[in-house]
Write a protein that binds this ligand. Structure first.
Ligand SMILES: [Mg+2]
Length: 243
């Protein structure tokens, strides 16, 4: 659990709803004042660090072409995050899902990975974490091999990569690697942070806007990772004042 005295200047509590007031990302950060000293920072991959919309869309388009099953690729990429089998079940009967998942994974490295690009601010966010001497841990719902391939393709400087986990199931990996704050675009990432008693940092770069992430219970909501170094810096300043 985070040090409670780190929140003293903000009144000793986690940030509350504050009756509709929007204090902005930096004010929220100071209100949260997590003590991250010695803790790693965790990041989700898809639509947090990696823009996989075109990449994943291309695999679904290929599946549709191979099978003749019409797939609304725009709908697919509008809800990236949950496990592959969950999405495939929208398009294929239960009995075909395992085979389609195998086919999807067989194509992913060649079709999707090379079409993946960084989200704005991703490189700067990881640099900010490493500059303060903290470790970077990526925990993704994508399978382990393709999570590793994506991180390598993008050249992300990370210390640990864990794939194949979604929502609260990510909590075990976050605890194992000493993650004090977990950054993600999906409400499932808020569940992940909660499960590890980590600060839940939402970035409104996926299916959920800032209001939705805040309403779901994210401790801090940033518009995108371009705002992350400022947040992390404010956390450091706040910890220095209260420490
Ligand atoms: Mg995501």
């Amino acid at each position: 659990m985070l040090e409670p005295d780190a929140t003293r200047e903000a009144g000793g509590t986690r940030p509350g709803p504050e009756a509709g007031r929007d204090p902005g990302p930096l004010a929220e950060a100071v209100a949260a004042l997590p003590d991250l000293d010695g803790r790693a920072v965790g990041f989700d991959l898809d639509l947090t660090l990696a823009d996989t919309r075109v990449a994943i869309g291309a695999v679904y388009a290929a599946l549709a072409a191979e099978t003749g099953v019409p797939i609304d690729v725009d709908a697919v990429v509008s809800r990236i995050g949950p496990p592959l089998e969950t999405e495939l079940a929208y398009w294929f009967p239960p009995g075909r899902v395992p085979a389609m998942a195998d086919r999807y994974r067989a194509m992913y490295a060649d079709v999707a990975v090379p079409a993946t690009v960084l989200m704005p601010g991703a490189a700067e966010a990881l640099d900010a974490v490493r500059d303060r001497g903290s470790r970077v841990v990526v925990v993704s719902g994508k399978n382990q091999a393709d999570t590793e391939r994506t991180v390598a393709f993008l050249g992300l400087p990370v210390d640990e990569v864990v794939g194949g986990l979604f929502g609260a199931d990510k909590g075990s990996a976050l605890r194992l690697h000493g993650v004090g704050a977990y950054v993600g675009d999906h409400t499932g990432d808020v569940d992940a942070a909660r499960a590890a008693a980590a600060v839940a940092v939402g970035v409104a770069t996926g299916a959920f806007d800032a209001d939705a992430l805040r309403a779901y219970g994210a401790d801090v909501v940033l518009p995108d990772l371009l705002a992350f170094p400022g947040w992390l810096g404010a956390v450091g300043d706040g910890a220095a004042r209260t420490g």
